[in-house]
Design a protein around this ligand. Structure first.
Ligand code: PHE
Length: 467
């Protein structure tokens, strides 16, 4: 391998720092906003089981593959593929990751903006005394408007850019370490309040008592997409973070710990949301607004609810930031290392371009509500005329259910078939320091099981294959 100068590249400071940063990327709106809304639309418990299965069998191996590629190459995803497999078109996978980062951050900024609005709402005590229906109207009126959602999105994007500019160690690591444990405590308190509401048991049943007849090809693809989105895999985020991980870190342990933490938070979010959804008679399939409609109802039922609400939305914003910086970092690392743009200009350029797309996304339900198309995946959809998808839904769907699974497919194929086995072994065992009895199983998964599984779920989900 060629000698490269590592001294100029930033890196994570400690073992805990690595986990905190990667978990910070994984844990975000994907767990607390996206998981409940997608699970709610896809029937609950059966979806949860498929999701967990995908995390274990596909997500974890993809995550370890990304760390392996990143730490081996010590470069952005595009450069990493080019370096590890020179002269072959694998770098296109890195490029696809950059495109996915654009799309994801565009709609992520929209939702993070909603979270900022809800901090403001909590600060001004705007939930108090409102019925479930009024809270629903409050959210949809806000979402359909133009000025405030865009203003919050701009603020969020500027914050993201600032943290990315502060660099890996001083920026990313410092914030995640303290704040994420507090968020965990708040979610647990929310769970307790939610499950003790009258009528809560129906929600637990929805989340934990599977009815497999509710699953269809599309919901299985949704579960795969959610697993990828939530773990931050399939687009090179964790290749980029892997490139900052010190040589002494045990990559398999890190992947396992990050996946466990991420899954735990998603399940806790489900336990916080669904009992309340049923207790307050909200439709589980309410779509992207689900948590913003449900949570204020719970806060209203808590002593000190408004202070709690402020803290919760504030920390949710922090969780969103530790994810959004990891997405922006993919684009910035590409712009600065491959296109040789100075890091600072690269950061603002990337932020500007992404925000421009993001603003269109934010206007999905307002000014641009006529830009939509109708999607019929199931027979019910066809009978009811299909599901209307706005710009926001299209970007969300394309990123999570198309770009990420395809990216993940190529990433495992790369580690399984294109990378030198010795290099893979070296990264996973830290040059022979750890025992790697599971390595043959990992290799078997990345070579065969994961690629076939992803391909089947994907082709079946988009209707090209029919089981
Ligand atoms: N995993 C993040 C979340 O759950 C979102 C994300 C997706 C981050 C893809 C990076 C890459 O919020």
């Amino acid at each position: 391998m060629a000698n490269i100068d590592f001294s100029k590249r930033d890196s994570f400071g400690s073992k805990f720092g690595v986990i905190a940063a990667a978990a910070g990327s994984a844990i975000g709106l994907g767990n607390i906003w996206r998981f409940p809304y997608v699970a709610g639309e896809n029937g609950g418990a059966a979806f949860l089981l498929v999701y967990l299965f995908f995390i274990l069998v596909i997500g974890l191996p993809v995550m370890l593959s990304e760390f392996t590629i990143g730490r081996r190459a010590r470069l952005n995803p595009f450069g990493a593929f080019k370096k590890l497999s020179p002269g072959k078109p694998w770098y296109l996978v890195g490029f696809m990751g950059v495109v996915a980062a654009f799309v994801i951050l565009a709609f992520y900024g929209t939702v993070a903006g909603w979270t900022l609005e809800y901090i403001a709402n909590a600060l001004t005590n705007s939930f108090e005394g409102k019925s479930a229906t009024q809270l629903e109207t409050m959210f949809s009126d806000f979402k359909d408007s133009t000025f405030r959602p865009i203003m919050w999105q701009l603020i969020f994007m500027v914050l993201t850019a600032f943290i990315v500019l502060a660099g890996v160690k001083n920026g990313i690591e410092k914030y995640t370490k303290i704040l994420m444990p507090i968020l965990l405590v708040l979610i647990i308190v929310l769970c307790i309040r939610s499950v003790t509401l009258p009528g809560a048991s129906k929600g637990l049943e929805f989340l934990f008592n599977p009815d497999f007849s509710k699953l269809n090809a599309n919901s299985i693809l949704e579960a795969l997409g959610q697993a990828f989105f939530s773990l931050s895999i399939g687009m090179g985020t964790l290749i980029t973070y892997g490139s900052y991980i010190p040589k002494s870190n045990n990559l398999s342990n890190t992947a396992l710990q990050v996946s466990l933490a991420d899954t735990l938070i998603a399940i806790l979010a489900g336990i916080a949301i669904f009992p309340a959804v049923f207790a307050f008679d909200i439709a589980p399939g309410s779509g992207p607004g689900l948590v913003y409609i449900t949570l204020p109802n719970i806060f209203q039922q808590m002593p000190g609810g408004s202070i709690f609400a402020v803290m919760f939305f504030l920390l949710l914003t922090v969780a969103a930031l530790t994810s959004s910086i990891s997405v922006l970092e993919v684009v910035v690392a590409y712009f600065s290392e491959e296109l040789k743009i100075k890091r600072k200009s690269a950061t603002w350029l990337a932020t500007g371009l992404i925000t421009a797309i993001g603003v269109l996304c934010t206007m999905s339900w307002g000014v641009l509500k006529d830009v939509s198309f109708t999607f019929s995946a199931t027979e019910t959809d066809m009978a009811t005329g299909g599901e209307k998808m706005y710009i926001f839904d299209i970007l969300d769907f394309a990123a999570s259910n198309v770009f990420l699974p395809l990216g993940g497919l190529f990433i495992v194929l790369f580690v399984g078939w294109a990378m030198h086995r010795k290099n893979v072994h070296n990264e996973i065992s830290n040059a022979g320091k750890f025992r790697t009895i599971l390595l043959p199983i990992f290799m078997f998964i990345v070579k065969i099981i994961a690629p076939i599984a992803i391909a089947l779920v994907f082709l079946n989900g988009i209707g090209l294959l029919n089981f």
